[in-house]
Design a protein around this ligand. Structure first.
Ligand code: PEP
Ligand code: CO
Length: 447
């Protein structure tokens, strides 16, 4: 089916609107050439998959599923290796198994993966020892090294992001359809995690899960039949040229889909209701998200809901709240109530990372594991008090043993941050901390 001409015109409307957080490219013709190449590339995901995710998210909005969205703050070309991708998927699957038990509902698995290459920044430039250069905006824009050459935005990087995303998705599909996600295998990994005495306080829960898995086997559950899982891709839809070039018309329905990922979200810095980001995503049919920080007002949230989900489709819109542990209990209730009273269905997801970032005396950007958990706890408390549904979690994590976040049962302290601090932007939970979080949240869900 062809798209209606008005639909096609609408997809260009963002160009007339204020847009923030876009790179300043040195050459417009070079950008145009890259965008033209991108527009000719095959889609990365398919409309039917995005629609399926909308259904899953609708289940989460009713409390019949729980969302786990996780991955790097910023993926990088250099770390886009088979090992890094495999351990990230493994971490998300392990967490999902624990959360499925805690929540007693299926977990919708979404990676901040296969496209998370662009970052909003609080300043346009960075100054070091008197030298000022453009800020690093993610591998889709420029390189992290502090030289003029590396920091110059290069539109060919949009194409590299596309190809990197395609190869990541290829591995994701192979892993999640090829037996890697078999619950029995995931359960064995979790038993390995529990052998560390640091996690003794989860022994009761771990034993219950073990008994549940054995019960499933005894009751004749066909593990072979359930060893493939749905695993969705997602990223912040920041670079409008990239997202527009990958927005395609579905031949079945004539409707536009952003085929760069199954789910795309708008960040806290780009969620202006009359801005270009909201306009472009209001016109695609994918499930979309918006981050809401502590300064969000009810009118911001309701305005966004009206613009992004005017038809009130369950699962279409997710609000990812990131208030900070200190503010979640006072800032979140008014937003949730306001949106509930407006009658537009949304999925509420908690991002306990971005409101809890601190800088240590020795200069590391980090987060306290305890603050992260406290924000999640506050999120559950608020929804429980209002009778609304806490739909899921959004976390920055890696499958590696990095040392970027303070605390956890292994008590990572400031002196250890230097050991393996690898993130180029925000600090991530390491593999152990991610699992510890899943066990702690499963306990909260059960209580
Ligand atoms: C992020 O998710 O990495 C991010 C930049 O978040 P926010 O838009 O909530 O600040
Ligand atoms: Co981040």
């Amino acid at each position: 089916m062809e798209a209606h001409p008005e639909v096609l015109d609408g997809l260009e409307h963002w160009r007339e609107l204020p847009r923030v957080q876009q790179p300043t490219y040195p050459s417009q013709p070079a950008l145009d050439a890259a965008v033209k190449d991108l527009a000719a590339m095959p889609p990365l995901v398919f409309a039917g998959e995005a629609d399926k995710l909308t259904e899953r998210l609708a289940e989460a909005s009713r409390g019949d599923a729980f969302v786990l969205q996780g991955g790097d703050c910023a993926e990088t070309f250099a770390h886009n290796t088979a090992d890094a991708i495999r351990t990230k998927i493994m971490t998300i699957l392990q967490m999902s198994a624990v959360l499925t038990y805690g929540a007693s509902v299926p977990v919708v698995k979404m990676g901040r993966m296969a496209g998370q290459y662009a970052k909003p920044r609080s300043a346009d430039t960075e100054t070091r020892e008197g030298v000022t250069l453009p800020a690093y905006r993610g591998d889709a824009v420029n390189a992290h090294g502090f030289t003029e050459d590396e920091r110059m935005p290069d539109p060919q990087r949009l194409l590299r992001s596309y190809h990197a995303s395609a190869s990541t998705l290829n591995l994701i599909r192979a892993f999640t359809y090829g037996g890697f996600a078999d619950l029995r295998r995931v359960h064995e990994w979790n038993k390995g995690f529990m052998r560390n005495p640091a996690y003794a306080r989860f022994e009761v829960l771990a034993a219950e899960i073990d008994r549940a898995v054995r019960f499933m086997g005894a009751a004749g559950v066909d593990f072979e039949a359930i060893k493939t899982v749905e695993f969705y891709s997602s990223h912040e839809a920041l670079l409008l040229d990239y997202e527009r070039a990958l927005t395609r018309i579905d031949s079945r329905t004539g409707q536009p889909y952003d085929t760069s990922a199954h789910f795309v979200w708008i960040g806290e810095r780009t969620r202006q209701v009359d801005g270009a980001h909201v306009d472009l995503l209001s016109r695609v049919k994918n499930p979309v998200g918006v981050k809401l920080g502590p300064t969000s007002t009810v009118s911001d949230a309701v305005g966004l809901a009206e613009k992004l989900n005017p038809e009130g489709i369950p699962g279409r819109l997710t609000f990812i709240t990131r208030m900070g542990a200190a503010r979640v209990r006072e800032a979140l209730p008014v937003l949730v109530e306001g949106v509930r009273d407006a009658g537009i269905p949304v999925v509420w997801i908690c991002d306990p990372m971005h409101g809890n970032t601190i800088t240590t005396e020795n200069g590391y950007k980090t987060r306290e594991f305890s603050s992260i958990l406290d924000e999640v706890k506050g999120f559950f408390e608020v929804h429980s008090a209002l009778g609304t549904v806490p739909g899921g979690l959004h976390v920055e994590l890696t499958g590696d043993d990095v040392t970027e976040i303070l605390g956890g049962a292994e008590e990572l302290d400031e002196t250890r941050l230097a050991q393996r601090y690898e993130t180029l932007v925000d600090p991530r939970l390491n593999h152990q901390q991610a699992l510890e979080m899943a066990f702690a949240v499963a306990e909260m869900l059960r209580d």
